[in-house]
Design a protein around this ligand. Sequence first.
Ligand code: ADP
Ligand code: MG
Length: 311
Amino acid sequence: MALDEFGLIRQYFDWPPQHPATVRGVGDDAALLTQESSQQLVITTDTLLYQRHFDDHISPHDLGWKSLAVSLSDLAAMAATPTAYTLALSLPALDTAWLSGFSQGLREATMCYAVDLVGGDTTRGPLAITITAMGCVVPGQALLRSGAQVGDAVWVSGTLGDAALALALGPSAPPELRSRLDRPEPRVEAASTLRDRLHAGLDVSDGLSSDLQHMLAASGVGACVEWDQLPRSESFRQAAASDEVKQHCLLHGGDDYELLVSAPSGHDLQRACPGTRWTRIGRIESTPGLRLDWGQGRVEPLLPAAWNHFA
Ligand code: ADP
Ligand code: MG
């Protein structure tokens, strides 16, 4: 028998809740969640649109993982603890192979980050996935973009440019780079572990040059980052791409989903959070704007550029 909309939801997206706060999830007119009065609610929405944010290179399974991961990265960037999310799906057809892969990947991320899918909407239309994710934070503890102070050190988690390089290399990208593009791992734990040591932070989704500018503008400061310090993965170093392409990926590439933070200069984030790679890449300065120190005294303005120049 053909699946109708309700059968589809029951079969692919109705999972037992894991979180004690979920009173009613999928299946009623709206979700019902218990809200701790001592916490603030943190909410973020992201849409992934076919042919704009993803294409046929990503498997439905990885797409399911990534759809949730990018929203959890926004919650991580606020130092929030994720609790629940909703899923609005627009599908061109009832493709059970696609739905099965997508829902498995989504479920994997759901279990991994201990959140609940508490509702959503399902419509026929161009392939698009919208996730609204919710989390909580103790009042005053959210990590904002606006707290960077002159003299702070700028740190970044993980490595930069891998996802953008995978995109630039296309089908010839090595699997380690490809998985950085298709299966990002939001830094949820690292952000809350370090919260007390940070002045400001955000996640790198559009690329270092544009995302760091957002923090600088919100904080009313400038910064200088050091070219030599930008963290490159081993696969990135060894990938068969020109220096020019790699440079572009490191400075402007998107889809990293790493944390970019500003911390008082005395803190060693690597020691405070040994489970994640942390690299000090620069410093906050009073002169507005972003600069790149190439070494040997060569310092130039670093202006934002879109990653898709190489797509
Ligand atoms: P209504 O018509 O009352 O808005 P829907 O038919 O849209 O209800 O949805 C029925 C139930 O299924 C609701 O609880 C809704 O949150 C949930 N739901 C719909 N689509 C999805 C989806 N893609 N993922 C998870 N839950 C969904
Ligand atoms: Mg509805």
